[in-house]
Design a protein around this ligand. Structure first.
Ligand SMILES: Nc1nc2c(ncn2[C@@H]2O[C@H](COP(=O)(O)OP(=O)(O)OP(=O)(O)O)[C@@H](O)[C@H]2O)c(=O)[nH]1
Length: 385
């Protein structure tokens, strides 16, 4: 572990955002430390004002401690990261202008710090804020230069200050505008990335969802089954699969219209969503056929689930202006044998579904012997208005 990571762990903990903010703070603290060293070396050589160096040191140390506390508590104080960055930039500008007034012939170099502050702010400030920050820097620098005949008369030289001011203000305006533009560019890139992410998510949903019933579609279910099949190891939990087919659906379409048929499909999907567990997946397999996947469920429990759904569907009514529509379904239910390919399980379920239709519909047919073949039998007469 490096010293930097250790310090970051201590000062910021594990939160990613907090670590980023504290790391930025650390970078500015290093810049301040370098400026202080430079300032005190100048004082040592008699090229800077010791009084202002003391004030500058006190201001920087107090300010940096205050900012670290502010960063650690910014969420509690209801501040945004942009606000934090703006306050830090204002503070840095005040410090730089103050250190300018206290330094001798090399003071022009401190003005570079103003550009560094503006470029730093490009990552967090909007175009207008960046421009107003450069205007603040120009005004504050001008004001401190005007105060120099009183605060540091030994270094004041009107022509030098005028030249410094003209250079700094023109440069700051240009950098302010450019950083603003950069920020706008960054914001639009961020917006584009978000749009792409939303579009990709919508596409993924469209590709895996049945438009009419909003259930997962066949593509999704096929992927899921393939994926789960690959993960299956010899002794896993029981897995059941049921193929479900609405009974006499063509007749519903013919008697009540295609729209009514669509409504029946939607109603069935709603009932499925209501009465199945989170872990069960019901997908539209095609037309009026659905595939129900019940992982971690043995045949007896799966049968109970399907029976419950069958009886809910049987007693539900779809209300239309012309009256009510009743509908039922038949299902073929299998439990996958160990190592049995899913494809084969689906074929077995299809065969059982065929049997259920032959036996009169409104039935859940399994390959379990005896009492599991339940249902209320032929439903032909029941559907219709
Ligand atoms: N309204 C509507 N009808 C559909 C849709 N998909 C398939 N169908 C219709 O569903 C009907 C299925 O009819 P069949 O395969 O004869 O089955 P059935 O009438 O349900 O008879 P059994 O399955 O034997 O009980 C066909 O008329 C298809 O046109 C759909 O999305 N909406």
């Amino acid at each position: 572990m490096t010293l930097g990571t250790w310090l970051l762990d201590k000062a910021a903990g594990n939160d990613k955002k907090m670590r980023r903010l504290v790391a930025y703070w650390g970078a500015t603290a290093l810049l301040y430390a370098a400026s202080l060293t430079f300032f005190w070396v100048e004082v040592r050589f008699g090229k800077a004002n010791a009084g202002i160096a003391f004030i500058f040191t006190g201001l920087v140390v107090t300010g940096e401690i205050a900012f670290l506390l502010l960063i650690r508590n910014f969420e509690r104080l209801g501040l945004s990261t942009a606000q934090l960055s703006l306050y830090q930039s204002w503070f840095a500008i005040v410090c730089i202008a103050l250190s300018y007034t206290g330094q001798g012939p090399l003071r022009g170099a401190t003005l570079l710090g103003l550009f560094v502050v503006l470029i730093f702010s490009a990552f967090s400030l909007k175009a207008r804020e960046a421009l107003s920050l450069s205007i603040f820097a120009i005004v504050f620098l001008g004001a401190t230069m005007c105060a120099m005949p009183f605060t540091a008369p030994q270094f004041f030289d009107l022509k030098t200050e005028l030249l410094h001011f003209m250079l700094a203000s023109s440069g700051l305006l240009v950098v302010g505008v450019i950083t603003g533009r950069l920020n706008n560019l960054q914001a639009s890139l961020k917006a584009q990335r978000e749009e792409l992410r939303t579009a990709a998510e919508a596409n993924r949903k469209l590709a895996t969802t049945d438009e009419l019933t909003a259930l997962p579609n066949r593509r999704y279910m096929t992927e899921l089954l393939r994926h789960d099949e690959q993960r299956r190891t010899g002794a896993v939990d029981s897995i059941c699969i049921a193929l479900i087919d609405l009974d006499w659906f063509k007749k519903i379409n013919d008697e009540h219209g295609h729209d009514a048929g669509d409504e029946v499909l939607k109603q069935f999907a709603r009932l499925g969503r209501q009465h199945l567990r989170e872990s069960d997946v019901l997908a539209r397999w095609g037309g009026e056929e659905f595939l129900l996947y019940l992982p971690g469920t043995d045949l007896r429990s799966a049968h109970a689930v399907l029976e419950r759904l069958r009886s809910q569907v049987e007693s539900a009514r779809l209300l239309r202006h012309a009256g009510e529509i009743a509908f039922t379904f038949s299902a073929g239910l299998v439990e996958l044998a160990a190592e049995e390919p899913v494809e084969q399980g689906i074929r077995r379920a299809d065969g059982l579904l065929y049997d259920a239709k032959l036996k009169g519909r409104n039935l859940v047919e399994t390959d379990m012997e005896a009492g599991l073949k339940t249902g209320s039998g032929p439903s032909q007469a029941e559907h219709g208005a």
